[in-house]
Design a binder for this molecule. Structure first.
Ligand SMILES: [Zn+2]
Length: 484
């Protein structure tokens, strides 16, 4: 008996280390599989189509059009393998949640590569995998959550009014998959419980009833999640959480679980300074392939449900920037406070990356919250940024000036008179004021975060539209200013 136990421990630790080795190799060699034609999250449908066409030429994939979106964009189903167990992965049913779609293209490159032939041979023999990247191509084109009819596809699983939801449901029914992966993005401001850590990936084994009961189907989704937790804990320990687990009768995950497909919800959250979510994409790549390997090898069966249950839920304790213990002067009085600032991503047509609009979210004792950037500024005073009096007429003229000098003098906005300007955001590193409306100059909740932080009358930091720049050490980056 003892020998059997020792053998079992030896054998299970051996297989575990093999799995970790696979994940580590994927992580280390990721750049070999990275689909380099997509490098930022606002990729367009024509780029998506080009990649689909590329993989159509590869006989390991069978690619068919399953239907069309409201605006007539094709929704594809990509089949790999010929095994008995069926796995269905779909991404981006919310158009502004593209992280997993990017990762799926990396996975296609991995499957098409000449590496890990034994692992892939086994996956292809045991599983038939169906991928549906970008379920909501109209929403994706506009980088908006909902489809063209303003309907949230993930609240249309019961009524099936939208063509996209119909396609997703009928595809599931025709495949009758055993396992499903429902791939989304979540707010980057979720924390892992009340810890001061960002929830970079959150999971849910969706409930199939209001009582949140467990059955064999849901148990299996939990066990697959545990596989992904064990894998990712190696790379981002403490950054994994559980998504809100209330039953939602209109959502796909809950309905699929009810219909008998063990469904895993993967929510890609934020990672420090990863605005384009390229690191989180890599984590998706590693975790999803590890899960597929585990399903093919039936290893997930021995995973402990408790690992999932012990995962803290997503909570909201995060701001993008928290400035602590600042002295704020108001008239002849002064008081001490923390200031919380958020950078909200704006949805615009530009394709040169992301743009943000900042707001002051809170002022006061913020000791129970934390900032993705969090600074103790004891001994510093703060003022609202000023408007520079000179009028500039062109960007060229602005390029000639040394912004550092303006920052140092407390200016965060320039006057700009140019009839051609239609944009609302600028990469110039400062805000532009083109109208004659009253200047905002107060540290007040809801106002834009333009601040100047000083000690002994010397500027240390300037904050332009929520982006902090250290004037003393010349570090930091103002991604975009606001034009108003
Ligand atoms: Zn979503």
């Amino acid at each position: 008996m003892k020998n059997i136990i020792i053998f079992y421990i030896f054998f299970s630790s051996l297989t575990w280390s093999q799995d970790m080795n696979f994940a580590n190799l994927l992580y280390e060699n990721y750049s070999k599989y990275l689909e380099s034609n997509i490098q930022q999250k606002r990729f367009k449908y024509d780029e998506f189509i080009k990649l689909i066409e590329k993989h159509k030429k590869n006989s390991i994939f069978t690619i068919v059009t399953q239907g069309k979106s409201v605006e007539g964009r094709e929704i594809f189903l990509i089949k790999y393998g010929s095994g008995k167990r069926k796995v269905f992965l779909w991404s981006q049913m919310h158009g502004d949640e593209p992280t997993a779609t990017m990762a799926l293209f990396d996975i296609f490159n991995f499957l098409a590569s000449q590496d890990f032939c034994d692992v892939k041979k086994n996956i292809a023999e045991q599983l038939t995998i169906y991928f549906m990247p970008n379920v909501n191509p109209d929403g994706a084109e506009l980088f908006q959550r909902r489809n063209k009819l303003e309907i949230d596809l993930n609240r249309d699983a019961a009524r099936l009014e939208t063509p996209e939801a119909k396609i997703l449901m009928s595809t599931y029914k025709s495949i009758n998959a055993d396992f499903g992966f429902n791939l989304h993005d979540q707010s980057s401001r979720y924390s892992v419980g009340s810890s001061f850590k960002q929830a970079t990936i959150s999971f849910l084994a969706p409930p199939y009833n209001y009582e949140k009961e467990y059955n064999h189907v849901r148990d299996n989704s939990v066990k697959v999640i545990v596989e992904m937790i064990n894998t990712l804990n190696n790379f981002i320990p403490g950054h994994l959480a559980k998504y809100l687990d209330d039953f939602e009768p209109r959502a796909f995950g809950d309905n699929f679980q009810k219909l008998g497909m063990s469904t895993v919800l993967v929510e890609s959250g934020g990672w420090k300074d990863d605005v384009e979510k390229q690191f989180v994409r890599k984590l998706n790549f590693v975790a999803l392939l590890s899960a597929l390997k585990s399903i093919a090898e039936k290893r997930f069966i021995t995973n402990q449900i408790l690992v999932y249950e012990n995962l803290p839920f997503n909570e909201k304790y995060i701001y993008d920037l928290v400035l602590r213990n600042l002295t704020i002067k108001q008239g002849d009085k002064s008081f001490k406070a923390d200031i919380a600032i958020n950078l909200n991503e704006v949805n615009i047509e530009e394709t040169d990356g992301s743009y943000f609009q900042s707001t002051i979210e809170d002022v006061g004792d913020l000791s129970i919250f934390f900032g993705l950037k969090d600074l103790d500024l004891e001994g510093y005073t703060v003022d609202y940024g000023k408007l520079f009096p000179k009028i500039f007429k062109s960007q060229k003229e602005i390029n000639k000036i040394e912004l550092e000098n303006l920052y140092r003098a407390g200016y965060t906005t320039l006057k700009f008179k140019n009839n051609l300007i239609r944009d609302r955001y600028t990469r110039l590193g400062i805000n532009l004021k083109t109208n004659n409306q009253k200047v905002i100059d107060e540290i007040k909740i809801g106002n834009r975060a333009d601040l100047v932080i000083k000690k002994n009358d010397k500027t240390k930091f300037v904050i332009v539209n929520g982006f902090i720049y250290d004037v003393a050490t010349r570090t930091g980056f103002i991604l975009n200013g606001i034009i108003e």
